[in-house]
Every structure is written in structure tokens, then in C-alpha cells.
Ligand binder design. Structure first.
Ligand code: ADP
Length: 385
């Protein structure tokens, strides 16, 4: 946004007045309608009563008015109806006319207003925008609001999907680069060199399969059926996962130990299990102590295999132990470490699609222990003696 900005807070118009002002703005051409919704609002009204909801709404309206005052030009419109969880902005300032309004303008105004509101009110927002070409009544405006929110949800899904693809491809790439660099440095005995090459090759193949599979097995499609019923050897996948993350572990001076495991097949596709294990190990390395230890082991229990990944980092406070499995949730102690809050959501989805689950607790090593419980392969599903 450049030039003419309004530095004082602007009170949103009631929606009838907003619609009337919008009608005259639309006579000059289409106008972008930006929408911010606070889904939390309904829950507060339902859970804490009307007075709490009114207090919350006042706080949010103030933040919206301040943000709009900073980001909008004279002639842009803002609207909100008392008791509703929706806030609207029409970028209708005549000064925008000749240069036009571009998608990045809309996103930047939306992001700034939504960030101010969610920070001020400590509540999540949903956003979206669409072009309005004509509005003759409130119902037309409401249809525009729905269209904007639907478009926003689709954009978020697309963003999450590509962020997930990026997240999952980064580890094999780091692994391949690490092995190739060690090979270039030379000085390895031939069997070790061959093992490194084989690991790098296996990771390129897995990357290819990940790319193909991503489009079916995406985060968008949470309702998809369970994973194909295949089984694999837990101990072999644990060893492969350790090989994959060792280059990363080396960068932090961390030793990765795999405890000897009982022979056990688990009822899950081998790539899916590897993806789950690599994500858990990668986190243990990222959040573990510099120069410390990460341990992975598996044990059989009735009808199940429990795979535990331990580290000696700061661990996870009990309050966050459920939330961190949600998409794009990062823990308070993630500090300055880079991250997207995607890895554990993928781990949870893989474990649940295979008919298992994932949980976290304190580790005997002093940090976090993540436990994935997976169904024992049918060929092993005999009572333990
Ligand atoms: P990211 O690491 O990109 O933030 P994840 O979904 O993998 O995303 O993890 C979510 C959050 O869970 C992290 O931000 C971090 O706070 C916490 N977390 C995950 N693994 C560990 C671990 N081994 N030790 C401590 N905290 C962890």
C-alpha cells in the first residue's frame, strides 16, 4: 500500500450501510471484497455466555478498526454487524482506480488486519477475498462473503499441500547431499562407500515415490481411506530411517542409536513407515541437545508394535502434548529453530491411517519420547508366549 493511508482507527459500518456505499463504489467497476472471520467467536458465546462474547467482540472490533486505519485509504469501506463473527473490507478507494488493485494488495491488507485481530484477541482467523461485480441487497453481500471464505480455504489448502510436499522432500535431499559430500571427501573403505551410495540411491527412489504419492496422499484429503494393507519389517525400516537422518545428526554432533528390536512385521506400507520414522527422528535431532543422543527402538505388545523415539532435549510441556500434532502448530519451546508445524501432523495422519496412533511423553533420556503404536502384521499376530 502506498501514499494515502489513514492513520486513525475507523469504525466499521453496519452491513446495510456498507452495502449501500458499496453499491455506489461498484458503479465505477468491480471491487475486491476482503473477509475476516473469527470462528472462535461462536464458541465463546456458546461456552462463556453473551457478556463474554460482547467483551471479546469489542476487543476484536477495536483491533480491526486500528488495523483498517493503518492499512486502508480514504474511500475504502469496512463493515461489521454486531453479534456476527464476520468483518468485511471493500477496497473501493477512487485513488486505486487507475492503477487497479492486485491480488498481493488484497493479501497484504488481509494479512495485516487478520494478524492484528488474532494477536489482539488471541483467536484464530479465517480469511479470503473475491471480486464483487454487483450488489443489490444484503443477500448479495452475504453470497460474496461465502465466496471469499471458500476461496480463502482453498488457497490455504493449496498452501498447506505444497508446504507439506516441501517438508517431506527436504529430508531425503539433505541425506543424499550428506552422503555424496562424504563420498567426495574420500577416504572411505569400499564397502562403506558402496553402502553410502546405496543409501543415496534408495533416497532418490523414495523421493520419486514421495512425489508421485503426494498427490494422492495429500493433507487435503484427510477423509481418504486407510493406507493400502501391506506389511513391512519394522527393524529394517528403523535401520533405513537411521541411515537417512545420520547426515543431519552429524551437523549437530548427535549420535543416533537403534536399540536391537524383536523381529516384527507391522501392518503398514514400508514407505509410509519410513516417512513416519524419519519425521520423528528428524525432530529428535532438531530439538535434541547439541552433541547428545537420539535413540529408537521397537517392542511387541499384544497385537501391536510400539516404536519409541527418545531424545535428550528440552522435551515438551504437558499442556502442548496434544496440540503439537495439529497442522501448523509449533511448540512454545521450538525457539529459533526453523519449522512449519507440519511434520507431526503427517506422522499422526500416517499412524492413524494404518490403524494405529501416536503420543508423546517424557523420555528417560531427559527430553521427549514419541511412541507410535502400529498394528502387528497379520502373519505375526499370534499371542506372545
Ligand atoms: P516443526 O518442527 O516444523 O515445528 P512439527 O510438526 O514436526 O513441526 O512439530 C511441532 C512442534 O512440536 C515443534 O514446533 C516443537 O515445538 C515440538 N516438537 C516436535 N518434536 C519435538 C521434540 N523431539 N522435542 C521437543 N519438541 C518437539
Amino acid at each position: 500500500m502506498d501514499s494515502v493511508t489513514n492513520s486513525c482507527a475507523r469504525k466499521p459500518l453496519a452491513l446495510d450501510r456498507f452495502t449501500a456505499s458499496l453499491k455506489s463504489a461498484l458503479s465505477r467497476g468491480p471491487v475486491p471484497l476482503l473477509v475476516i472471520r473469527l470462528p472462535h467467536f461462536e464458541r465463546i458465546a456458546w461456552r462463556d455466555g453473551k457478556r463474554a462474547a460482547r467483551r471479546f467482540e469489542r476487543r476484536v472490533v477495536d483491533r480491526f478498526a486500528e488495523a483498517a486505519g493503518r492499512a486502508l485509504r480514504a474511500g475504502d469501506l469496512t463493515g461489521h454487524e454486531g453479534g456476527s463473527d464476520v468483518f468485511v473490507i471493500a477496497l473501493s478507494a477512487p485513488s486505486r482506480g487507475s492503477k487497479g488493485v492486485f491480488a498481493p494488495d488484497c493479501r497484504s491488507v488481509l494479512e495485516r488486519a487478520a494478524a492484528a485481530m488474532s494477536l489482539g484477541a488471541d483467536a484464530r482467523t479465517e480469511t479470503g477475498w473475491t471480486w464483487l461485480r454487483g450488489v443489490s441487497c444484503r443477500a448479495d453481500l452475504e453470497r460474496g462473503v461465502e465466496a471469499a471464505l471458500e476461496r480463502g480455504a482453498r488457497e490455504r489448502e493449496r498452501y498447506e499441500f505444497f508446504a507439506a510436499v516441501g517438508h517431506e522432500l527436504r529430508t531425503p535431499l539433505t541425506s543424499i547431499r550428506g552422503y555424496l559430500e562424504t563420498l567426495i571427501d574420500g577416504g572411505l573403505d569400499p564397502p562403506t562407500g558402496r553402502r553410502f551410495l546405496e543409501t543415496a540411491r534408495r533416497e532418490t527412489l523414495r523421493m520419486g515415490r514421495l512425489l508421485e504419492g503426494m498427490f494422492e496422499f495429500s493433507l487435503l484429503d484427510l477423509s481418504a481411506q486407510t493406507l493400502p494393507a501391506r506389511s513391512c519389517d519394522a527393524a529394517a525400516q528403523i535401520e533405513t530411517a537411521c541411515d537417512v537422518v545420520r547426515p543431519l545428526a552429524r551437523t549437530r554432533g548427535i549420535t543416533v542409536h537403534s536399540a536391537p528390536c524383536e523381529a516384527a512385521r507391522v501392518e503398514i506400507d514400508e514407505d509410509a513407515l519410513l516417512q513416519l520414522l524419519v519425521n520423528l527422528l528428524e525432530n529428535a535431532i532438531k530439538y535434541g541437545r547439541e552433541g547428545g543422543t537420539v535413540r529408537i527402538g521397537a517392542r511387541r505388545s499384544e497385537g501391536e508394535v510400539v516404536i519409541a523415539v527418545d531424545d535428550d532435549g528440552a522435551g515438551i510441556v504437558p499442556d502442548e502434548r496434544d496440540a503439537i500434532f495439529n497442522l501448523r502448530v509449533r511448540g512454545a519451546q521450538s525457539g529459533g529453530r526453523p519449522g512449519t508445524g507440519i511434520g507431526l501432523a503427517i506422522v499422526k495422519m500416517i499412524a492413524e491411517r494404518a490403524g494405529g496412533g501416536i503420543s508423546v511423553r517424557s523420555s528417560p533420556l531427559g527430553g521427549a519420547r514419541f511412541e507410535a503404536v502400529l498394528p502387528l502384521g497379520a502373519d505375526f499376530a499370534v499371542p506372545l508366549s
